[in-house]
Ligand binder design. Structure first.
Ligand code: GDP
Ligand code: ZN
Length: 339
C-alpha cells in the first residue's frame, strides 16, 4: 500500500483508537487481576488451547475431552496458539484465566498479513501431505512441502488420496513417485474417500498424535476431514466462511479430536503451509538424503553445481542421490532466488 501523509484529523483518530485499545487492555488486566486475587477462581490446572480469538481463548480440560472454557489471557503472557499446552484457573460459568504457557515441542509458522513469520499452531507430530492423481502430484511440489516440514522438525507423512482414479495412464508414474519417498524413509499411505479405501490405516496412524493436513487445493483434504471427523462438516465450513467475512484471519486454527483418538489442527492457512519463502540452508537440509554429504565438498562455499570435488555431485554420480531430487533441489532454490 502506498504511504499517505495522514492529516491531523486522521492522526488524532488513530491516536484515539490506540488509547482506547490500551485502556481496554488495562481494564481487562485489572479485572483478571481482581479475579486472581479473590477466590473466584479454582486451583491451577493444565489445559489445551483449542482455538484463539484475539485476547480470548477456548481451553479444553484434557480430562474432559470436548469441554470448552472461554479464557482470558494474562497480559504478561506471549501470544498463544492452537495446540499450546497451558496452565489455567477455571472460574464460574465456563470461563477462566490462563496464567502460564508450557514449553512447545514443535511450532508451525506462517507469514501474517504484514509478512512477519508467526506461529499458528503448536505441538504437532505429523504433517500429512495429501496428494492425488488429480490434480497431478508433482514431485517438485511434494519436495517443497517436505523441505518445509523438515525445516521445523515435524515428521511429514505422504498420503496419496483418490486411489480410485489410478489407471493405466498414471499408475507407473504414481508407483514410482511413492517408491521414491518410501525409499527415503517417509511413511507413505494410500486412501480413497470415495472407495473408502485406506481409512483404517490412517486412523491408526493418527491415533495418539496431533496432525495437520496440507496439500494443493482439490486433492481431497476436506473430504478426508469429513470422513475422519464425522459431524464436523458444519464446523469446517464455518471456519472458512468466517475467514471470508474477515472475522478471523486466514491463520485462525482450531483443534478437533478424532473419535478413534488423536487430534487434527485445521485452518485454511495451515493447509497452505510451506508454500512461502524459505532460506537456502533450509532447502538443502530439507533433502534428507543430502545431509550425510554436506560439509564434504572440496570448497566450503560449494554451490554443488559443477565444482570439482563436490560431494553431492559425486553422490549423484554413484546413484546415492536421485537425479530428480537434485533437479527438484535446484528448482526450489531457484524459486527462492538464491541460485
Ligand atoms: P481439498 O481442496 O483438498 O479440500 O479437496 P476436496 O475435499 O474439496 O475435494 C476436491 C474434489 O475431489 C471434490 O470434488 C471431491 O469430491 C473429490 N474427491 C475427494 N476425495 C476423493 C476420492 O477419494 N476419489 C475421488 N475420485 N474424488 C475425490
Ligand atoms: Zn558441493
Amino acid at each position: 500500500m502506498a504511504k499517505r501523509k495522514l492529516n491531523r484529523r486522521q492522526n488524532w483518530r488513530i491516536q484515539k483508537i490506540q488509547d482506547e485499545r490500551a485502556e481496554r487492555a488495562k481494564r481487562r488486566e485489572s479485572r483478571i487481576q481482581d479475579q486472581l486475587n479473590t477466590s473466584e477462581l479454582g486451583p491451577e490446572e493444565e489445559g489445551l488451547v483449542i482455538a484463539h480469538y484475539g485476547v480470548q481463548l477456548d481451553i479444553e480440560r484434557p480430562s474432559e475431552p470436548g469441554s470448552l472454557y472461554r479464557c482470558h489471557l494474562r497480559a504478561n503472557l506471549p501470544a498463544l496458539v492452537t495446540g499450546d499446552r497451558i496452565i489455567w484457573r477455571p472460574g464460574k460459568d465456563d470461563i477462566g484465566v490462563v496464567v502460564a504457557q508450557l514449553p512447545r515441542e514443535s511450532e508451525l509458522c506462517r507469514p501474517d498479513n504484514h509478512g512477519r513469520i508467526k506461529p499458528v499452531a503448536a505441538n504437532i507430530d505429523y504433517i500429512v501431505l495429501v496428494v492425488a492423481p488429480v490434480p497431478t502430484a508433482h514431485a517438485n511440489l511434494i519436495d517443497r512441502y517436505l523441505v518445509a516440514a523438515e525445516a521445523i522438525n515435524i515428521e511429514p507423512v505422504l498420503l496419496l488420496n483418490k486411489t480410485d482414479l489410478i489407471n493405466d495412464s498414471n499408475r507407473d508414474r504414481l508407483l514410482e513417485l511413492m517408491a521414491t519417498y518410501r525409499d527415503l524413509g517417509y511413511q507413505v499411505l494410500t486412501a480413497s474417500t470415495k472407495a473408502e479405501h485406506g481409512l483404517d490405516t490412517i486412523k491408526k496412524l493418527l491415533k495418539g498424535h496431533t496432525s495437520v493436513f496440507v496439500g494443493q487445493s482439490g486433492v481431497g483434504k476436506s473430504s478426508l476431514v469429513n470422513v475422519l471427523l464425522p459431524g464436523i462438516q458444519a464446523k469446517v465450513g464455518e471456519l472458512s466462511e468466517q475467514t471470508g467475512k474477515g472475522m478471523h484471519t486466514t491463520t485462525a486454527a482450531r483443534l478437533f479430536h478424532f473419535p478413534e483418538g488423536g487430534s487434527l489442527i485445521d485452518s485454511p492457512g495451515i493447509r497452505e503451509f510451506g508454500l512461502w519463502h524459505m532460506e537456502s540452508e533450509d532447502v538443502i537440509n530439507g533433502f534428507r538424503e543430502f545431509r550425510e554429504f554436506l560439509g564434504y565438498c572440496r570448497f566450503r562455499d560449494c554451490n554443488h553445481e559443477q565444482e570439482p570435488g563436490c560431494a553431492l555431485l559425486q553422490a549423484l554420480e554413484e546413484g546415492k542421490i536421485e537425479q530428480k531430487r537434485m533437479d527438484s533441489y535446484r528448482q526450489i532454490l531457484n524459486s527462492i532466488g538464491e541460485l
